[in-house]
Design a binder for this molecule. Structure first.
Ligand SMILES: Nc1ncnc2c1ncn2[C@@H]1O[C@H](COP(=O)(O)OP(=O)(O)OP(=O)(O)O)[C@@H](O)[C@H]1O
Ligand SMILES: [Mg+2]
Length: 511
């Protein structure tokens, strides 16, 4: 089933009745020789796995290794090609991509498919629906108004609503596919405190995360997939960070972050924010010089996405000036993406599925959109030219796919993210690269490549603006970090000496 057509609501499925679950056994989950192909792609190869009651398993692997496919089969959402699954009780799933109904309220989403009725078969009991919704949010310690329409929530808040919905089902097995990729540290803590409570009741948890710190903090067991096969499984205590990474990527990964470059002579900034205000940000001033990677940190909702959009020319400031390559941008914004590209400005937006990728189009088309005028100067498609240009990007970013003509929506989440980034590597004469959470869901090996590419671009004189929720990434990569609080820059720290505490303190509004 194509990913984009997958039903957006995971009905609770009682796999135990369907598969004769091992009731009374110490295992919540037993799967045997599970296998799945999508056309030419052998996504999952003969995976056998057991999980004990009340245990937490981290399922690890590179982008495209088959994690989401395996979990869809465990949840009974995807029919295995062969093999069997038995779960002792119900399964609840939180998917990698958000799947709430945007126009419904939080309470309506939480109660969907099991709305309380005023009388059997009668209208929905709204008072009960809202009370149940509040109770579900309480269970994971989240304070949100249940009457809010979901499209008004931030991605992190939507993620928490999805988690609350899954937890409310009291599942025997809770499956979380990258639940933390858009969450902040405090929200991650909420999530894992809630899962601890569930574990105490005997619920088993499987989660996927590309953030290794979380894996070692929260998992009892680790299973590693590579190219569809299970290549290792055991107690988390048996793994080190290094051995886990090596097992995932099949090679030693020497260093995640590239060396910082020596200070360059002060050059004219590529982009200057001069007292820029509007859209919730206030009097923001900073500069990005050629060769510099400038980081923007902050808790969700403090204006960092707006700063990225202003820098990329997607939005215009209400007050103040944006100076690009020494001249004030005519109106502070670009009329079209084409105008931005002509000025050498590139933008990687945070939400790949709604604003970044053209999901029904092919991988090749998505990779070449920004460079189309160069690759197809005559406006006739030239496949040879295109393939030659794309190949180095595919290799560098370790892009996993069956064929370039495949729809980009069929790629695994992390590989979609690589396409969104990779399209800018085909553009010549970049001046400014603006990235908003470019490595969300990207595996550790590909992340190292992306970081290397960013440093190389900077060394060639490109200015890079990096907005990220991942503080370690900012510290590892940025030359300078500006921390946002309530729409303003609260403070700035040099990347080489910044600490997480320092950034958190500023992000919380302390000086
Ligand atoms: N509906 C589909 N049609 C075609 N190929 C698919 C489909 N769903 C998944 N695949 C392919 O199966 C492989 C495994 O994908 P899967 O989504 O399970 O990876 P993953 O381990 O979850 O990766 P990520 O970390 O990026 O989320 C990939 O090569 C992917 O392109
Ligand atoms: Mg996945």
């Amino acid at each position: 089933m194509p990913r984009s057509e997958r039903s957006s609501i995971a009905e609770p499925i009682d796999v135990s009745s369907a598969h004769g679950g091992p009731t009374g056994s110490p295992y919540t989950l037993v799967c045997d020789e599970l296998d799945k192909r999508f056309g030419a792609t052998h996504a999952v190869r003969g995976v056998s796995l057991t999980l004990g009651r009340g245990r937490t398993l981290a399922l690890m692997g590179e982008n495209g290794a088959g994690k989401s496919t395996l979990m869809a089969m465990l949840a009974g959402e995807l029919k295995p090609g062969s093999g069997s699954v038995a779960v002792d009780g119900r399964v609840a799933v939180v998917h990698q991509e958000l799947s709430l109904f945007p126009l419904l309220t939080v309470a309506e989403n939480l109660g969907l498919g099991r709305e309380p009725r005023l009388f059997p078969g009668g209208p929905v009991n709204n008072r009960r629906l809202r009370a149940d919704g509040r109770a579900a949010l309480d269970r994971i310690g989240v304070a949100l108004d249940v009457d809010t329409v979901v499209e008004r929530l931030s991605p992190a808040e939507q993620q928490l609503v999805e988690i609350a919905r899954a937890v409310a089902l009291d599942p025997a097995l809770l499956i979380l596919d990258e639940p933390t990729s858009s969450l902040e540290p405090s929200q991650v803590d909420l999530l894992f405190t809630a899962t601890e409570r569930l574990k105490a009741q005997g619920t088993s948890v499987i989660f996927v995360s590309h953030r290794l710190e979380e894996v070692f903090r929260f998992a009892d067991e680790i299973a590693v997939m590579r190219s569809g096969a299970l290549v290792g499984a055991g107690p988390a205590a048996d793994y080190t960070r290094e051995s886990l990474v090596a097992s995932m990527v099949g090679r030693e990964l020497e260093q995640l972050y590239p060396e910082r470059s020596a200070d360059r002579p002060e050059a004219e900034p590529v982009l200057r924010f001069e007292q820029v205000s509007g859209h919730g940000v206030r009097e923001v001033s900073f500069a990005i010089r050629p060769g510099q990677i400038v980081g923007i940190a902050g808790l969700e909702g403090h204006g960092q996405h707006v700063v990225a959009e202003l820098a990329a020319g997607v939005r215009k400031p209400r007050a103040g000036r944006l100076v690009l390559d020494g001249s004030t941008r005519a109106n502070g914004g670009f009329k079209s993406p084409r105008e931005a590209i002509a000025a050498g400005v590139a933008f990687v937006p945070p939400d790949r599925r709604t604003s970044g990728l053209m999901l029904p189009l092919s991988i090749a088309e998505n990779l070449t959109v920004a460079a189309a005028h160069r690759l197809h100067p005559t406006r006739l498609l030239d496949n040879g030219n295109e393939k030659r240009a794309i190949q180095p990007v595919v290799e560098r970013l370790r892009l996993r796919f069956a064929e370039l003509e495949q729809r980009v929506g069929e790629l695994s989440g992390g590989n979609q993210q690589k396409v969104l980034f990779g399209r800018w590597l085909l553009v010549r004469d970049l001046r400014l690269l603006v990235l908003d959470d470019p490595t969300r869901g990207v595996d550790v090996g590909a992340r190292a490549e992306i970081y290397g590419v960013l440093r190389e671009l900077a060394d060639r004189g490109v200015g890079v603006l990096l907005v990220s929720t991942d503080m370690l990434e900012l510290i590892g990569l940025a030359d300078e970090i500006h921390v946002m609080y309530e729409g303003a820059v609260r403070g700035s720290v040099p990347g080489h000496s910044a600490t997480e505490e320092e950034i958190m303190t500023l992000a919380a509004g302390a000086a």
